[in-house]
Write a protein that binds this ligand. Structure first.
Ligand code: PLP
Length: 465
C-alpha cells in the first residue's frame, strides 16, 4: 500500500524515510528502550502521514529523521496525558453540561477523596455490625432540608425519572402536557423515557396552551401519574397557558393519582432575584414526588434526587432498576457533604461555587476582568474589558441573561478561531467564545485563582510580537 501511494507522489516524497528506516535510526534506540515497538511504529506512521499531507499541500519541506522521531516522541507523550483534564470555563455558562456542570464545594471534593482512598460504611450499619442502607446518610438530610416525608438518591435525574415512571406507572398511563414533552441535552426525551419505563404516554393540550380541564378529560381508569416537567432549556412565550402545580395536585388527590414533578435544575434555596422555583416550592404546591439533579443548581455531584410522600417513594425502593442506577461511594460522600452545607445556616451560599458564581455582583466581575487585562497587558497582549451576557446553564433559567464581564482579544493574525483552538489545547485548557471576530473570555465561571493560568495560556498561544 505505501508503495502504491508513493508512485503517485512527487520525487520529493521518496526522500521521506520509511518507518523501518526510522526505527533503525540511532535516535530511535533510546526511545525503543522506553516504549513498545508497536507503539513507536504507530506513532511514526501517524507522523509520516502528517508530513506527507503537509508536503502535498506545499506547506512544509520534508522533515529529516531526527525531527520525525522527535515528533513521534511528542505524540507518544501526548497520548499518555489524561484525556479528561482540567478546563477553565470562560464561556459564561456556569452549569456547562459539556464541561462537567457544577464544580463542587471543597468540603464535598474532600469527602469524595477520602471515600475513594479507603473503606467506608457504604452499606454497613456500624451500630449493629450488619448490612446497612447505601443512602442512609443522605436521605434524612434531604427530608429535613425539603420538608419531604421520604427521599431517595440515584445516579442522575434521568435515571430518577425512568425509575419513577417505571415504578409508579409501568403498564399504566402517564398524562403530560404537549408543552412539556421536552428533550434535554444528550437525547433525553420525556416521551422516550416514559416509554422505556413501560408506561403509556397520554398527551394533553397543545404546545402553547394546556388547561386543567385537558388533564381532567384525559384521565382514564388506567391513569396512574400526572407528570409535570420543567421546560428547562426553552421557554414558550406569547399566547400561553398551563395548569399550575397546585391545581394539578388537587386534581391528583381527587382522582387518587400521583403527581410527579420533574424539576430538573432543583434549587434548594431561592436564588436572589432569579425566577427559578425551588424544590420546596414544588412540595408545598402539593407534588407527591419531586425529581431534581444534584449537579445543577444544587451545586453538588452528579446525582438524581427524589423527594416526596412515603406513598410515592416507597414503591421505588424495591424496584429492580434501582441497582442499575445506584450512586457510587464517592458521589454519595460528596452529596452528603453538599447537603450538610445547606443545613449549616447560610454556609451554602458562601461554600458552594455554583451559588457563589450566580450571586456575583457586576463589581466583582469587573474587577476580575480588569485584573486579567492588566496581566495580559504586562505580557504585551492588548485586551479589552467589556460587558457580557452569561447564563446559568444546565437547563436552569434559559431566558435569563446574567449581566457579566468579559476580556476580549483580537488574534494577532486576525484568526480568532485558531487562537481559540490553541487555548483549548493548552494545559489547563481555556474555553472561551468568539464574538464579532474577537475571542471573549467571560468572567462569570472563572475564579480569581484561574487568572495566572489564563494569562499563561494566552502567552503560549500568542507569541509576543
Ligand atoms: C437536566 C434535566 C434532567 C436530566 O438530569 P440529569 O441529572 O442530567 O440526568 C431531567 N429533567 C429535566 C427537566 C432536566 O432539566
Amino acid at each position: 500500500m505505501p508503495d502504491r501511494d508513493c508512485q503517485n507522489q512527487s520525487q520529493g516524497l521518496r526522500g521521506l524515510p520509511q518507518v523501518q528506516r526510522l526505527l533503525e535510526a540511532a535516535e530511535a534506540q533510546g526511545l525503543l528502550a522506553r516504549v513498545p515497538r508497536p507503539a513507536l511504529t504507530a506513532a511514526l506512521r501517524a507522523v509520516l502521514e502528517q508530513a506527507r499531507a503537509q508536503h502535498r499541500s506545499g506547506e512544509e519541506a520534508l522533515p529529516a529523521a531526527p525531527l520525525l522521531l522527535a515528533r513521534a516522541e511528542a505524540l507518544l507523550r501526548a497520548d499518555q496525558a489524561p484525556v479528561l483534564r482540567r478546563v477553565i470555563n470562560a464561556t459564561g455558562v456556569v452549569l456547562h453540561t459539556n464541561l462537567g456542570r457544577a464544580p463542587m464545594a471543597a468540603q464535598a471534593a474532600q469527602a469524595a477523596f477520602e471515600a475513594a482512598l479507603g473503606y467506608a460504611n457504604l452499606e454497613f450499619d456500624l451500630e449493629s455490625g450488619r448490612r446497612g442502607e447505601r443512602t442512609q446518610g443522605v436521605e434524612p438530610l434531604l427530608c429535613s432540608l425539603t420538608g419531604a416525608e421520604a427521599a431517595m438518591a440515584v445516579n442522575n435525574a434521568a435515571a430518577a425519572v425512568l425509575l419513577a415512571m417505571s415504578g409508579l406507572a409501568g403498564g399504566w398511563e402517564v398524562v403530560v402536557s404537549r408543552g412539556e414533552l421536552v428533550e434535554i441535552g444528550g437525547g433525553f426525551r420525556i416521551p422516550d423515557v416514559i416509554g422505556q419505563g413501560g408506561a403509556r404516554l397520554v398527551e394533553v393540550g397543545t404546545t402553547n396552551r394546556t388547561r386543567l380541564a385537558d388533564y381532567r378529560a384525559a384521565i382514564s381508569p388506567d391513569t396512574r401519574v400526572l407528570l409535570k416537567v420543567h421546560q428547562s432549556n426553552f421557554r414558550i412565550t406569547g399566547f400561553t397557558a398551563e395548569a399550575g402545580l397546585d391545581q394539578l395536585a388537587a386534581l391528583a388527590r381527587e382522582r387518587g393519582l400521583t403527581l410527579v414533578h420533574d424539576l430538573g435544575g432543583g434549587a434548594l434555596s431561592p436564588l436572589a432575584g432569579r425566577r427559578e422555583p425551588t424544590v420546596q416550592d414544588s412540595l408545598k404546591a402539593g407534588a407527591d414526588l419531586v425529581i431534581f439533579s444534584g449537579d445543577k443548581l444544587m451545586g453538588g455531584p452528579q446525582a438524581g434526587l427524589l423527594v416526596g410522600t412515603r406513598a410515592a417513594v416507597e414503591p421505588l425502593r424495591r424496584h429492580p432498576l434501582l441497582r442499575a442506577v445506584r450512586l457510587d461511594k464517592m458521589a454519595l460522600a460528596a452529596l452528603e457533604a453538599t447537603l450538610r452545607l445547606y443545613g449549616a445556616g447560610g454556609q451554602a451560599d458562601a461554600s458552594l461555587p455554583v451559588l457563589r458564581m450566580l450571586n456575583q455582583t457586576r463589581v466583582e466581575l469587573q474587577a476580575r476582568a480588569e485584573a486579567l487585562r492588566s496581566r495580559l497587558d504586562e505580557l504585551g497582549v492588548a485586551a479589552r474589558v467589556g460587558p457580557s451576557e452569561a447564563f446559568a446553564g444546565g437547563g436552569a433559567m434559559p431566558d435569563e441573561r446574567l449581566a457579566s464581564c468579559a476580556v476580549t482579544l483580537l488574534a494577532r493574525d486576525g484568526d480568532a478561531e485558531a487562537l481559540a483552538r490553541r487555548l483549548r489545547r493548552h494545559r489547563p485548557a481555556v474555553v472561551g467564545r468568539i464574538e464579532h471576530g474577537r475571542l471573549a473570555l467571560d468572567m462569570m465561571a472563572v475564579a480569581d485563582a484561574d487568572l495566572p493560568d489564563i494569562a499563561a495560556a494566552v502567552r503560549a498561544s500568542e507569541p509576543a510580537a
